[in-house]
Write a protein that binds this ligand. Structure first.
Ligand code: ADP
Ligand code: MG
Length: 240
């Protein structure tokens, strides 16, 4: 589903990502972790082409990421993204937030878009709030709307960048539960998160980054119990 080969991303003379190689199979769930500043968000942002990479290749479902606008638009249709900050449109109701992109980008009729939005809002158990505005919802509810909104585009892969780190502790669980259900449905997922319970439950692979490189990867049980590298040990000691 995703091929990343020898990826390099610089900001000026600073190497934010150096020589990243990562393959994500269809249906695979990857948890990306590592210290702050290690390049996790930059990698995710390169995959959805919010950031342009400097060298190397990124191929998403057979589409090579280039500067061609047609490629960029097809990637934005295929890849759903959920951020730490929920980024809902404040002036649109919950259901309208979910209808906008399918109508504008996918060309769905309003009635079709509404129907699809309600199905996915039900899936994240927030359909009863469909007419409210984002500011009237809790953080956890807003993040579930953001997940439903991304799913309305029927993406082939979902990227999550610390989706629970801006939430109060009591709301983390409801968002993680939604993500677990999505994983159980077979969605291909790359999740930046330090939620180890989530990683243990759903991740096929944990990828640990430090200073712009992938330092170590493995199955969650092995990685959390007995990481190979000193850098991963130090990191795990800090988050436990
Ligand atoms: P993480 O998500 O792992 O915390 P990031 O991918 O956000 O790390 O950042 C990796 C490195 O790249 C950091 O040192 C950060 O300061 C730098 N960086 C990220 N975005 C920019 C930018 N737009 N301009 C300059 N430096 C950036
Ligand atoms: Mg980040």
């Amino acid at each position: 589903m995703v091929v990343v080969e020898r990826l390099v991303k610089r900001f000026g003379s600073f190497n934010a990502l150096s020589d990243i190689n990562l393959n994500v199979a269809k249906g695979e769930k990857i948890v990306l972790c590592g210290p702050s500043g290690s390049g996790k968000s930059t990698l995710i942002r390169c995959i959805i082409h919010i950031e342009k990479h400097d060298s190397g290749r990124i191929v998403v479902d057979g589409i090579e990421l280039t500067d061609r606008i047609r490629d960029i638009n097809s990637i934005r249709c295929e890849v759903g993204m959920v951020f730490q900050s929920f980024n809902l449109f404040p002036h649109l109701s919950v259901v309208e937030n979910c209808m906008l992109a399918p109508m504008k980008v996918r060309g769905l009729a309003q009635s079709e878009a509404r129907e699809r939005a309600m199905v996915l809002l039900r899936k994240v158990r927030i359909h009863d709030q469909a007419k409210k505005y984002p500011a009237q919802l809790s953080g956890g509810q807003q993040q579930r709307v953001a997940i439903a909104r991304a799913l309305c585009m029927q993406p082939k892969i979902m990227l999550f960048d610390e989706p629970t780190s801006a939430l109060d502790p009591e709301m983390v669980k409801e968002v993680l539960e939604t993500m677990v259900e999505l994983a159980q449905d077979g969605m291909t997922m790359v999740c930046v998160t330090h939620e180890m319970g989530f990683a243990r439950e759903v991740a096929d692979r944990v990828v640990f980054m430090d200073r712009g490189s992938i330092v170590e990867e493995g199955d969650p049980t092995t990685f959390f119990r007995a990481p190979n590298t000193q850098r991963a040990k130090v990191f795990l000691n800090q988050i436990i």
